[in-house]
Design a protein around this ligand. Structure first.
Ligand code: ADP
Ligand code: GN1
Ligand code: MG
Length: 361
């Protein structure tokens, strides 16, 4: 889509004069890196984020808040949080036309992203990174944030969306995915736990990231430690269980999110243990008993939720997530459902591990 726009003209608005290449593996935005390797340009996906101005205001508030805290803690705010680059007119994004909105961040050098974890130590580092991010935001005034995607982790509503897609069957694909549909509908009961807990107050509302997949964290090239949590588009009020569970969804999987050989898609107990250790080292003091009780459950819930989102998008004709091959969303859904089955098989053990990890910090 951004092939139709003049990227150099956009960069000029941000006072940047260099060429630019495609970059990154996100499913939502289009990302570019300047050839001088100092700026990231992103086209904000307006199919997903309806109000880019509101989105960027959220991000500016959150990053400014983090910047101050990082400075107070003696850290390096240029590395440890995203830095929004303003246009010459002082705006935090540039509207090219009605369909094309762009923003620029400083590129954070000497870091790497991980698509699929092969060493559980990376999960310990990721746990520390996401835990620290959450702890730093624990006193951020949540009422200052707009909901950039309403009901983003409202799992019962996600299931309703799947049912609607089944009823409409726009692409005539339902017939070929009966087992997947059955798998999803059989598990409808679990979708309500966190949403109801937030509603009745038994689970606290916190400022959360809401998209803690493992490639949304930058790791130091040399030490492997988490440097910066990125992709802040969905930072808004939610439950820490969303962040904890979602990080394990890909992070504890032994294969990529779209791996089609389901025999090699397993949920690694060791990765779960390492992530929980890192996360709770930063967050244990802030967690309630109810949150601790639901840590293992959250991995199952968020993996299931993502699976039904992929299946819904498949039935609707692949309009939300970027796909790179036919049936890509179906492959992703099957992969996530395999992980759900794996987690179901070891949920008691995972609960036990989570409690041990909390006890030892
Ligand atoms: P999406 O919403 O499409 O997932 P992201 O914001 O996660 O987009 O960016 C996509 C990828 O670009 C990331 O996984 C990361 O590799 C890279 N990236 C984004 N911002 C930065 C940055 N400030 N510094 C270094 N790399 C970045
Ligand atoms: C999207 O933007 P990205 O690629 O980090 C999606 C997440 C899904 C994830 C599945 C805003 O994340 O919610 O869990 O794909 N982000 C949005 O890989 O929908
Ligand atoms: Mg991302």
């Amino acid at each position: 889509m951004s092939g139709q726009v003049d990227l150099n003209r956009i960069l000029k608005q941000f006072n940047i004069q260099t060429d630019i290449d495609n970059y990154g593996n996100g499913h939502i935005n289009d990302t570019y890196l300047t050839q001088t390797k100092n700026y990231i340009l992103q086209r904000i996906n307006t199919n997903v984020f309806k109000d880019p101005g509101q989105l960027m205001d959220n991000i500016e508030k959150v990053t400014e808040f983090l910047r101050k805290k990082i400075e107070l803690n003696g850290g390096d705010p240029d590395r440890e949080t995203l830095s929004v680059v303003k246009t010459d007119d002082g705006n935090n994004y540039y509207k090219y036309d009605d369909d094309n909105y762009f923003r620029v961040y400083k590129f954070i050098n000497d870091t790497k992203t991980i698509e699929c974890v092969t060493d559980p130590i990376d999960m310990y580092n990721a746990g520390k990174g996401f835990g620290k991010f959450q702890a730093l935001l624990s006193d951020f005034p949540a009422e200052q944030l707009q909901e950039t995607i309403v009901d983003f982790h409202n799992t019962p509503k996600r299931l309703e969306a799947l049912k609607k897609a089944i009823d409409e069957d726009k692409k005539g694909r339902c017939r070929s995915v009966r087992p997947e549909i059955e798998f999803a509908l059989e598990r409808s009961k679990m979708t309500e736990t966190v949403v109801n807990g937030l509603k009745d107050g038994s689970i606290p509302v916190r400022v959360t990231h809401n998209d803690t997949k493992i490639n949304n964290i930058l790791f130091d090239n040399v030490t492997g430690e988490a440097v910066c949590v990125i992709d802040l588009d969905t930072v808004m009020p939610g439950s820490m269980l969303y962040d904890f569970g979602d990080a394990l969804r890909i992070g504890a999987s032994t294969a990529a999110e779209d791996e089609t050989n389901l025999d090699i898609v397993n949920f690694s107990t060791e990765s779960f243990k390492c992530f929980t250790k890192g996360y709770t080292e930063e967050m244990a003091k802030l967690l309630t008993k109810r949150e601790i009780d639901l840590l293992a459950f959250s991995a199952k819930l968020l993996t299931f939720e993502c699976g039904i989102r992929f299946l819904t998008d498949y039935l609707e004709g692949d309009t939300y997530f970027k796909i790179h091959r036919e049936h890509h969303n179906l492959d992703r859904a099957r992969n996530q459902f395999k992980l759900v089955t794996e987690i179901e098989g070891k949920e008691d053990e995972l609960e036990q591990i989570a409690k041990e990890m909390i006890g030892c910090v």
